[in-house]
Every structure is written in structure tokens, then in C-alpha cells.
Design a protein around this ligand. Sequence first.
Ligand SMILES: Nc1ncnc2c1ncn2[C@@H]1O[C@H](COP(=O)(O)OP(=O)(O)OP(=O)(O)O)[C@@H](O)[C@H]1O
Ligand SMILES: [Mg+2]
Length: 257
Amino acid sequence: MPLDTQDRGTPLVEMRNMRKSFGGIHAVDDVTINLYPGEVVGVLGHNGAGKSVLMKMLSGAYKRDGGQIFVNGEEAHINSPRDARQYNIETIYQTLALADNLDAASNLFLGRELVTSAGLVNDALMEAETRKIMARLNPNFQRFHTPVAGLSGGQRQSVAISRAVYFNAKILIMDEPTAALGVEETAMVAKLIDELKAQGLGIFLIDHDIHQVKALCDRASVMKNGRLVGTVKVDEVTEDDILGMIILGKQPEKGMA
Ligand SMILES: Nc1ncnc2c1ncn2[C@@H]1O[C@H](COP(=O)(O)OP(=O)(O)OP(=O)(O)O)[C@@H](O)[C@H]1O
Ligand SMILES: [Mg+2]
């Protein structure tokens, strides 16, 4: 039976009754959430609520103790990061996993380098491909020959996101992508997220900033002590409603999704 009462077709991802314990701690306890194409779903909650553990079960970094994952309506067997990749699930980490001493193109193709017919690394082609994808995602980006250590936080994000998109990500998990960024950089990442939505990707966005959640997310799922408080349509609730869910674990009277 579909979990969503509205007829929105098949979700890109559904996680049903997900569970994960560490010792005696129920880090994630019977959580069910979903995500549609072209949608951003915020994953909210206090420190230790279980957000990262839930997302790590989707990305294959943690094995779940219970629950099911569906991708495009079919049960997905995700037990490792490699499995998650096969379902076009990519994670943009809180601390970006980029090689600081390499430029954007080398980072984009790190471990998956393009080669010439003679088997040599094809730097020219990798740069051309990087320019193409950057033109789509971050047209102002010009620093193609700079080691990424010299890039701003937002530019680094755009390199990481380009890498995911180039390798065909359909489902992006972003764990606090703007936590370390200034105002302008945050705005750049917000634009990137809009661009990815327009291209039909689905994004789970872990974010502590309620303003940003209001601005970027279509729906928000709130967790508290490992459990799901509920999922709301962001436009139909106030910031106070969302704070009430996070702090008190209280569902708002209207706006539940
Ligand atoms: N590898 C681990 N081993 C043991 N306990 C863990 C592990 N990872 C997470 N936990 C515990 O699981 C619970 C949920 O952690 P999680 O990292 O999902 O929180 P979070 O909602 O992402 O918080 P934050 O906002 O601080 O990132 C916490 O009690 C945490 O201590
Ligand atoms: Mg976390």
C-alpha cells in the first residue's frame, strides 16, 4: 500500500520501518520516510536524534537491523556503499571528501579516471567534461587549474556535487552541506540545490537551520530520540511548528504530509 495518501506516483525512495541500535541505544527506531523526484526532504532533529544514522543506512555505510528500502517502487538490497551506488544514491558529506592537492577535474574523476585509447589518463577530456558539468551547475566557476584546497567552501561543494551528478546520482544525501559556509557560499549551495531539483534529482537534506529548511525543502521529516515525530509540508507549517516538533516532539495540527 502506498505510504503517501496523495497520488504522486512512485517515490524515488521509500524507507520503511528502519531500525538501528548501537548497544542498548536505539539510534533509529521504526522510522518510515520517502522522497519523490525533484523534491527536497529536510531531515531534522536535535544532535543525536538519528538523522545521520538513518541516512547512512540508505548510503550503505551502516547495515540496518530492520526495515526495508525501496527505490522506484522496487525493494533495494543496500548493504554497502557500493550497493547504494548501483541505485544511483550518492552522499555529499558534512566534511567533504576531496583531495586537497588536486584540481576540480582530478577530484571529479578521482578513482574513475578517463583514459585515452592508449590507456593513458586523459587530462584534456576530464577537464572538458568538468567544464561541461560546471557550466550547468555552477556557471561562475572558473578556477579549473587550482588545487581544491584553494577554493571556497561553496566552490568545493560544487565540485563534490558535480562528481555525484556526473556519475548519474538520482538520489542525493546532503548532510549539513552549508554548516561551515558563510552567507554568500550558502546562497551558492542553495542555488545548486534548486538546479538539482529542476533536473529531477531527489535530495535528503540534513540541516539545523530552520530558515534554510523553509527556503529549500518541500517537506521535512523530524526525528527525536531515534523516532520519527512526523513529516510536514514545509509551506503549510510555521517555523514554530517545526521547532515544536524538534524540541517537544509535538505534531502540528495541520500541515502533516
Ligand atoms: N558508530 C556509532 N557507534 C555507536 N553509537 C553511534 C554510532 N553512530 C551514531 N551513534 C549514536 O546514535 C545516535 C544517533 O546519532 P546520529 O549521528 O544519527 O545523530 P544526528 O541526528 O545525526 O546528530 P547530529 O545533529 O549531532 O549530527 C546517537 O546516540 C549516537 O551517539
Ligand atoms: Mg549527524
